[in-house]
Ligand binder design. Structure first.
Ligand code: ACO
Length: 322
């Protein structure tokens, strides 16, 4: 049986940085309040003419470079996003065109902040069943495009970015397992009411932007992130003691701290980019992975636990031998 192994990672954050001091000029808040409640100090914002595909391309080229591969080596592209450049075609097909590696399947996955973990699971299955040899798996979002900058409960949290990994078929794991889940009953805790089929012309102008019931999202996120970690570890007769690095969705510093505490995992073994990235939706997990690979914290042979959680709600965990 084939396994899929991560052979390269890449990440990209747009140049423009929006600090908490900048937000103090926009909304009724203080930098201290934002740091204390969320841990975010700054986030990156895509330029007006910079799209999700632009971010995805930059992260993908870096991941290919790290893998020592050319675009032509890729035979599958799966991209998690909630903020595609167009209603259609998908960002993945346009990324394929930018890279010039035509012919293999390329498609987007919509699972909001869990988009990358969903995409990773699907790509893993393609490789394990011999339907692909080398896959580019991307999480990319210009999430701030769907933020209401008058809503102080949401605009403080989110930023833009992209992260990518290259997966390659291998004799040994690699990806040990991925487990996904969803519960659509939570739709209105975190959603954008407007849409293609529901209509963009809603009665309220704000309907085109993210609406969130923050404290309720917080509670479900913490419980779910703990539960999915324990479930995937116990399925493989492992415990948190076997995990070298937890790479959770970078939702909020307090969510990360509460998750680590409930799991009994020392925070030093958790990758935390919340302070400088904010919540970059589908990009958050691969961006955090790339940061810790490039700064040398993550080493070959270590065991990683990746976790996503997002609107829907959706969630997913991936257990990886790096
Ligand atoms: N500055 C100052 N005050 C604020 C701000 C702000 N930016 N935002 C809200 N407040 C006020 C509220 O109006 C409220 O005032 P009130 O008591 O007078 O009504 C008070 O602060 C407390 O509000 P809460 O919403 O209860 O504050 P909480 O401690 O829950 O923090 C926050 C809000 C930061 C949004 C928190 O709930 C949170 O982080 N939730 C999780 C959200 C999240 O991570 N979402 C994404 C996860 S899933 C995904 O990534 C798609």
């Amino acid at each position: 049986m084939n396994y899929a192994r991560i052979v390269g990672t890449g990440g990209y954050l747009p140049e423009k940085v929006l600090t908490n001091a900048d937000l103090e000029q926009l909304i009724d808040t203080t930098a201290d309040w934002i740091v204390e409640r969320t841990g975010v100090e700054e986030r990156h914002i895509a330029a007006p003419d910079e799209t999700t595909c632009d971010l995805a391309e930059k992260a993908s080229r870096l991941a290919l470079q790290a893998a020592g591969l050319e675009p032509a080596d890729i035979d599958l592209i799966i991209l998690g996003t909630t903020t595609p450049d167009h209603v259609f075609p998908s960002v993945a097909t346009q990324l394929q065109h930018r890279l010039g590696c035509y012919g293999g399947p390329a498609f987007d996955v919509q699972a909001v902040c869990t988009g990358f973990v969903y995409a990773l699971d699907i790509a893993n299955r393609f490789i394990r069943t011999d339907a692909a040899k080398r896959a580019l798996v991307v999480g990319a979002d210009t999430f701030t495009r769907i933020i209401n900058w008058k809503d102080r409960g949401t605009c403080i949290l989110f930023g833009d970015g992209a992260g990518a990994v290259v997966l390659e078929a291998a004799d040994e794991p690699g990806i040990i397992d991925c487990q996904l889940g969803a519960d659509g009953r939570y739709k209105k805790l975190l959603w954008v009411p407007a849409g293609v089929s529901s209509g963009y012309e809603q009665t309220r102008e704000e309907a085109a932007f993210v609406e969130m019931r923050g404290s309720e999202v917080f509670k479900v996120a913490v419980t779910t992130l703990k539960d999915i970690a324990e479930r995937i570890l116990s399925a493989h007769q492992m415990t948190v003691a076997d995990v070298d690095w937890l790479i959770p969705h970078q939702a909020n510093r307090r969510i990360l701290a509460a998750t680590a505490k409930r799991l009994g995992l020392p925070e030093e073994r958790m990758v935390d980019c919340v302070r400088t990235h904010g919540n970059t939706s589908a990009a958050s997990v691969p961006l955090a992975l790339d940061v810790a690979v490039r700064d040398g914290r993550i080493q070959r042979g270590q065991t990683l636990l990746l976790e996503g959680f997002g609107g829907g709600f959706t969630w997913g965990a991936a257990l990886v031998k790096y």
